[in-house]
Design a protein. Sequence first.
Length: 131
Amino acid sequence: MSPYRSYSITGIILGIVGWSGWIYVVGFTYPTLFPRWLFYFLFVIALCGTSLPIIAFLHWRFPSKPLAEGGVIVREAIWVGIFGSVVMWLQQGRVLTPALFLFLAAGFVLIETLFRLRERSRWNPKGQKNE
């Protein structure tokens, strides 16, 4: 059994709450200030919940050294949610272009790569403190 089963349960709960709330906001509210912010917030939750089990499965299937801990998996799911919400916001303002989409994606990948490099440089296999 996968050690990432709890991520699947959490992802399903977040996905149901996020997508059902998002559909409610889109279908039954007027686009005033609070529902607009709620629209983006619920979209982030929905994308995080949807991507969390997928990212956990990818980390289980393709492990890395050092092994990805829970914080990495959750952080990557949050990156997916934030990226999707930013793209949605730019698309609604009619300013999203394919080049901007690719630059944003490259920026998010670069930030996550730098985080992973920092974690790898501080990783100690014996659990001793670095001095």
